[in-house]
Design a protein. Structure first.
Length: 398
């Protein structure tokens, strides 16, 4: 229902943006007040806006891929243009009220033109910054101490990666940057916390090259992964699920892809690292996939484990932190949130999630959430970063 609600909303917001554009262009020249010109601009904007919805009908290759990429680009343009224009209009109304009370006249033509130029420059500046920023894969590091016996191991260098979202926007170049950043950290173990794919497997730009790159991750104890809510084969409309009643399952090629990369997929399973540390991978909280109807509870995960040994759990969404801590988990690693990905979602993200990004000590358990190496929707990061996360775990119970 969310996707269907967005259609009239997005059209209404585009109409508002069109009316502002016509007012500004008309201040520049009377030419833009001519009906044929206004109709032509309206048609162009309608086609751009309609593509957000019509691109859903196309497969993610060739022309369809270009349409989907333009869809996300147009969404980004509209998002920040609307935000900046709305603020400008609010300021204009306030100033107009003040001027009216003082008996002053309206705005001059040059003032209107200047205001429009400022809005365009600000919008372009934010978009360019967001695009460039999204292409840079950074490294964030955390040091945590676990007071448990890990045998001969005193430290474990864990690299947490999440939200690759390989598909329409994320391809070979971005994945190569991500793998280079991972290998530079010389990890003992790599955990990939879901959303490896961006729903449509056919959107991968070069399957074999992606497998080659991801297979080159160098890790002492291997690469472990879980699936997230986007590692499901389903079409999206405006970034939301459209086919609500279909069975939520991964494309079999996704599972084959993971096998070819040499990764170990933990689907509600626990393994022991170096005979000393437990590592458990959980299915996605909302879409566990076709193999699991109800994922294990935190108590079931730790049941039967020697709780004198360190227990690390990784999953896609940072949920059930209280229950995990009470069940004896020492470190919980997750992604999903993207830290909001762009302003102002990065602010609301911290309100929605108990740990929306970064580090949180939850009743003695270390919860760490990465903003993700890739991105979802528009190729844009504003006030957030794309990252791989290094977690240096120090054991002091030996």
């Amino acid at each position: 229902m969310i996707a269907l609600f967005l259609i009239p909303l997005f059209l209404a917001l585009s109409a508002y943006l069109y009316s502002w554009l016509i007012r500004w262009l008309s201040a520049i020249s009377p030419f833009f007040r001519k009906k044929p010109v206004m109709i032509a601009i309206a048609v162009i904007m309608f086609i751009c806006t309609a593509n957000v919805f019509t691109s859903y009908l196309f497969e993610p290759q060739g022309f369809g891929r270009l349409l989907k990429q333009f869809c996300y680009t147009w969404m980004a343009i509209c998002m920040y243009a609307l935000m900046i224009v709305a603020i400008a209009d609010l300021i204009r109304v306030i100033i107009k009220i003040v001027r009216k009370k003082k008996g002053m006249g309206g705005f001059s033509r040059s003032t209107k033109i200047l205001a429009g130029v400022i809005c365009l420059v600000l919008t372009a500046g934010v978009l360019v910054y967001g695009f460039v920023n999204a292409r840079i894969v950074r490294t964030t590091s955390y040091d945590v101490a676990v007071d448990k016996d890990a045998g001969d191991m005193t430290d474990l260098n864990v690299v947490l990666v999440a939200d690759l979202h390989m598909g329409i926007n994320i391809g070979v170049d971005h994945i190569q940057k991500t793998v280079d950043a991972i290998n530079a950290l010389e990890p003992d173990i790599v955990v990939v916390a879901g959303d490896i794919f961006d729903n449509e497997y056919d959107a991968l730009d070069d399957e074999e090259e992606l497998i080659r790159i991801l297979s080159s991750i160098q890790s002492k104890y291997g690469v472990y992964c879980v699936f997230g809510n986007h590692d499901i084969e389903e079409k999206l409309l405006c970034g939301f699920t459209f086919n609500f009643h279909s069975v939520k399952k991964a494309d079999p090629r996704m599972e084959s892809f993971i096998d070819k990369c040499g990764w170990i997929w933990l689907n509600d399973e626990t393994v022991t690292i170096a005979d000393s540390i437990y590592l458990a991978g959980r299915p996605d909280y909302r879409k566990p996939g076709e193999f699991i109807i109800q994922r294990k509870s935190p108590e079931e995960i730790t049941s039967g484990l020697d709780q004198s040994k360190p227990i690390i759990v990784f999953e896609h969404e940072p949920v059930e932190l209280d229950k995990l801590a009470n069940a004896g988990v020492d470190v919980e690693l997750a992604g999903h949130t993207h830290d909001g990905q762009f302003f102002p979602m990065n602010i609301t993200n911290r309100i929605i999630w108990e740990n929306g990004y970064g580090y949180l000590n939850k009743n003695g358990m270390h919860s760490i959430v990465t903003s993700g190496a890739g991105l979802y929707g528009p190729y844009l990061r504003v006030c957030t970063i794309a990252e791989v996360t290094q977690v240096n775990i120090h054991f002091s119970g030996n």
